[in-house]
Design a protein around this ligand. Structure first.
Ligand SMILES: [Zn+2]
Length: 111
C-alpha cells in the first residue's frame, strides 16, 4: 500500500468527523420567536440534519474500522480473499474492506 491511500483515508475521516460536528451543532427550534411555518421548516431541517448525522456517523464508523485495519497493517487488503485492493478503489471508497469481486459476491449473497 502506498501512503497516498493512507493519507486519503485519514483526510476523509477528518472531513466526515468535521461534518458530523457541524450537523450536531444545528440550533434547535425556538418556538416562542417563530411563527408556525418557520417552526415547521425548522423541524424539517432538524429531521434532515439528524438523518445526515446518522449517515455520517455510519460512515465515520466504517472509516474508523479502516483506520484500525491500517494500524494493523491490513488496510488495502481484501478481508475476504486477501488480495490487494486496487488503489483506485481505495481512493474512491476509502472505507472499502473488500475487492470489487468479493463486494459483488457478497451483494449477490444478500448482504
Ligand atoms: Zn476479495
Amino acid at each position: 500500500m502506498k501512503s497516498t491511500e493512507a493519507a486519503h483515508l485519514v483526510e476523509t475521516y477528518r472531513h466526515v468527523i468535521g461534518r458530523l460536528q457541524n450537523e450536531a451543532a444545528v440550533p434547535t427550534a425556538d418556538a416562542a420567536s417563530r411563527d408556525f411555518l418557520d417552526l415547521a421548516q425548522s423541524i424539517e431541517h432538524q429531521e434532515l440534519a439528524r438523518l445526515n448525522a446518522t449517515r455520517l456517523a455510519e460512515r465515520a464508523r466504517r472509516l474508523q474500522i479502516a483506520l484500525t485495519r491500517m494500524a494493523d497493517g491490513e488496510y488495502g487488503v481484501c478481508s475476504e480473499c486477501g488480495t490487494a485492493i486496487p488503489p483506485k478503489r481505495l481512493l474512491a471508497i476509502p472505507d472499502a474492506t473488500t475487492c470489487v469481486a468479493c463486494q459483488e459476491r457478497l451483494e449477490h449473497a444478500g448482504f
